[in-house]
Write a protein that binds this ligand. Structure first.
Ligand code: PLP
Length: 378
């Protein structure tokens, strides 16, 4: 049976370039990047090279890049680290209600520590209104955190316009964006230039799990959440995961041209939508103008997990809502006002450059037989 992997927003297959680089470091260049001997220098060179590659990709300077264990840690560091550094200026933090749990739970933790957190609600397409950002921000706001692209439905957020809101309200707020779902899919240079802090993760772009990074704009102060060690200017101490970091660099270097890649996936997404619209009982939950790499649908009357396992039996891998919220009702689909029937039957299809139209044909055929079989057995 052919394997059809359509769960690329959960994680991606490691590309050949990254796998080879990781293997090279594991078996040959295995020194500690902090060691003073040649083996250490070899590993340090690889880490610094990856830092340069990521910096160039997002239009930053290498000394603004700090490697972490992934998106979750980078988001914790951004939210908690910024709040700790600026709590004397104010205690107000603004986040969207549809952030990834690593931002929402960090915000909740801060709320328990006495911070005042404002959760912005999206409109029906999952977008946060610019007016709401302006309304929420004030002179006591120290952080605004808004994701670049939503991981469940793909909605793009007006991140570049936060700076205007902050200026307008004479707010000292730092701006953070979780760009985990946008790296490699959108040109992040413009977004990067409009924020102070930006989160990325390797395993969503065909790199390894367990590494990611945070961009911290020069001059911006945040307090570390991990202590001990001199590495990475003490912002993120601990021996660098040189194998994974080098693999991350290789995955970035192997990315196709962003515009070309986007075009390929937009065509695939259009084709998929067209085919899905012809199937009775399928509803599209993603908005029209979202990131084409994500397509959230509902197959009314059939629970997400039931359909997920039916598709799996046909060699097709998708996600029920978001992989990080296993079994929980999606806070994103609830926030955009979908009814329980639509939420309980939601499936997230997410594409990568390795997918093709034939994958979509197989998915649609399996969905149709799933609807016929599962509806009958009810
Ligand atoms: N932020 C978003 C938007 C995500 O989709 C994810 C992972 O699903 C994360 C953060 C967490 O990243 P990581 O898996 O690298 O911890």
């Amino acid at each position: 049976m052919r394997e059809i992997y359509l769960d690329n927003s959960a994680t991606t297959v490691t590309c050949k370039e990254a796998a080879e680089k990781i293997s090279e470091l594991l078996t040959e260049k295995y020194g500690n990047p902090s060691s003073l001997h040649a083996k250490g220098l070899q590993a340090e060179y690889e880490v610094e090279n990856a830092r340069k590659v990521l910096a160039a990709h997002i239009g930053a300077s290498p000394d603004e890049i700090f490697f972490t264990s992934g998106g979750t840690e980078s988001n914790n560091l951004a939210v908690i680290g910024a709040a700790a550094a600026h709590k004397r200026t104010g205690k107000r933090i603004v986040v969207s209600a549809i952030e990834h749990s690593s931002v929402l739970e960090s915000a909740k933790y801060l709320e328990e520590q006495g911070f005042d957190v404002v959760y912005l609600q999206p409109d029906g397409s999952g977008r946060i209104r610019e007016e709401d950002i302006i309304d929420a921000v004030d002179e006591k706001t120290i952080l605004v955190s808004l994701m670049t692209a939503n991981n469940e439905i793909g909605t793009l957020q007006p991140v570049s316009s936060i700076r205007r809101a902050v200026k307008l309200k004479k707010s000292p707020a730092l701006i953070h964006t979780d760009a985990v779902q946008a790296l490699g899919k959108l040109d992040l240079k413009q977004i990067r230039s409009s924020v102070d802090l930006l989160t990325v993760s390797a395993h969503k772009i065909h790199g390894p799990k367990g590494t990611g990074a945070i961009y911290i704009k020069k001059g911006i102060r945040i307090i570390p959440i991990i202590h001990g060690g001199e590495q990475q200017k003490r912002i993120r101490p601990g021996t660098e995961a040189s194998e994974l970091i080098a693999g991350f660099g290789a995955a970035i270097s192997a990315l196709p041209d962003i515009r070309e890649g986007h075009k390929q996936i937009a065509e695939l997404n259009d084709y998929c939508k067209q085919r899905l619209k012809a199937i009775n009982g399928v509803y599209i939950n993603s908005p029209e103008d979202c990131l084409p790499y994500i397509l959230n649908i509902s197959v009314c009357g059939i629970r997400s997990e039931t359909m997920l396992h039916f598709l799996e039996a046909h060699g097709i891998y998708v996600s029920s809502g978001s992989a990080c919220a296993k079994g929980k009702k999606s806070h994103v689909l609830s926030a955009i006002g979908l009814d329980n029937k639509r939420i309980d039957s939601a499936i997230r299809i997410s594409f990568s450059r390795y997918n093709c139209a034939e994958d979509i044909d197989c998915l649609c055929a399996a969905l149709e037989s799933g609807i016929a079989a599962l509806a009958k057995s009810k």
